[in-house]
Design a protein around this ligand. Structure first.
Ligand SMILES: *Cc1c(COP(=O)(O)O)cnc(C)c1O
Length: 399
């Protein structure tokens, strides 16, 4: 199918719920993608929104899928299978013994965390309120949407689920005043992703942990986008010396396949048989892919790689901020980075870069986000940065 045929198919038969870019991809390998016209792209968004951490079609993941596809694709969670046990054990090892509930997506991982907190709260003083942050993103189902602290996503879907309070981001006082005796959980992204890559301040995350301890509620982190080395630590919360009770995660977990997990310390696993379920959650195929992805992450030391490469890229971008008045801020952790521009210059830079074969993500017209895969080579990083530098220099004189 040619690109126009693909675009026409979408136009005629697929609901228009995304602001899609008019490119049709047909192949991917590592940090590179090819479209249906044969044009090669350097992928600085990990398939988009950090959906894969290892890059496209990691050989270990592909081999695991191939093997598993011939053995067993699906049995429901009424039964057991070896890959669920193996994945659970791997995640427990890497998360201080937390136990997993498997689902298919980040939204479902958030939804599970919300239900776990409600159930736990119902048994601990009738607590049901959840505090999240303004600017947060936790998913699109009505529960996860209610947790999301951005009114633009709420428009047209009210009434939302009751009991959510949105504190100001990185404001410990605002957080403290949102928590009360009815609060069952504080739920935060260690680095806000979708709203434009805003790392939490250490004071804010530590205030969240202290408040949870003092007021007797749960601390839950949304590591859907930040998990599995993205920020240069296995989990982003590790940057903050806090120990959440619950971790919601997904995206990079499956190595490119859809799987999510809600991980909870054993004494807080409040959901019991009958409370919650997910037909395809942790199915043999996706669990086998996730096991391979987590093994590859360790075998190739990609978490440390994200830390060192991320620091190097951020260093280069901070030099640009000193050089070009069009840049107002460079921020990020590891391979989760953003450049903020005056006015609408991020959109111009993003469009120019795409033209030259570099894929980035823009938020509004002013923020350019980079989420490159952890397999990115030094040569690919330099090539992508050179494309960006060139685009920025053309708008750079304008402050
Ligand atoms: C992407 C994202 C979600 C939603 O994940 P889906 O897999 O798209 O449902 C939730 N929380 C955060 C922080 C995310 O970045």
């Amino acid at each position: 199918m040619s690109t126009p045929q693909v675009l026409n198919g979408y136009e005629r038969a697929v609901q228009c719920t995304y602001g899609r870019i008019p490119i049709a991809f047909v192949r991917g390998r590592g940090a590179r993608l090819w479209d249906s016209e044969g044009k090669e792209y350097l992928d600085f968004v990990s398939g988009g929104r950090a959906g894969t951490g290892l890059g496209h079609c990691h050989p270990r993941v592909v081999e695991a899928i191939r093997r598993q596809a011939e053995a067993l694709l699906f049995v429901s969670n009424d039964f057991h299978h070896p890959w669920g046990a193996r994945l659970g054990e791997l995640l427990a090892q890497r998360s201080g013994g937390r136990k997993a509930f498997f689902c298919n997506s980040g939204t479902e991982a958030s939804e599970t965390a919300i239900k776990l907190a409600r159930k736990w709260g119902s048994q601990n003083g009738g607590r049901y309120e959840i505090v999240t942050a303004q600017g947060s993103f936790h998913g699109r189902t009505l529960g996860a949407l209610s947790a999301t602290g951005q009114t633009k996503f709420h428009q047209g879907f009210q009434p939302l689920l009751e009991g959510f309070h949105y504190c100001r981001w990185n404001d410990p006082d605002s957080l403290a005043s949102a928590v009360n005796a009815r609060t069952c959980a504080i739920y935060l992204e260690p680095v806000q992703g979708e709203s434009g890559t805003y790392p939490a301040s250490p004071a804010f995350m530590q205030a969240a942990a202290r408040l949870a301890r003092e007021r007797g509620c749960l601390l839950m982190v949304d590591e859907v986008q930040t998990g599995f080395g993205r920020t240069g630590r296995y989990w982003a919360y590790e940057h903050y010396s806090v120990e959440p009770h619950v971790i919601a995660t997904a995206k990079a977990l499956g190595g490119g396949l859809p799987i999510g997990a809600c991980l909870a310390l054993p004494e807080y696993c409040a959901l019991v048989p009958g409370d919650h379920g997910c037909t395809f959650g942790g199915n043999p195929l996706c669990a086998a892919a996730a096991v391979a992805a987590l093994e590859a992450l360790d075998a190739e030391n990609l978490v440390e790689r994200a830390a060192t490469l991320g620091e190097r890229m951020l260093g280069t971008m901070r030099d640009w901020a000193r050089q070009y008045p069009s840049i107002t801020e460079v921020r990020g952790l590891g391979l989760m980075q953003a450049i903020e521009f005056h006015g609408d210059q991020a959109a111009t830079v993003g469009r120019g870069a795409l033209e030259r074969g570099l894929i980035t993500h823009t938020v509004g017209a002013g923020i350019l986000r980079l989420l490159p895969p952890l397999c990115l080579t030094d040569e690919e990083a330099d090539r992508g940065l050179a494309i960006l530098a060139r685009e920025i220099s053309t708008v750079g004189g304008r402050g």
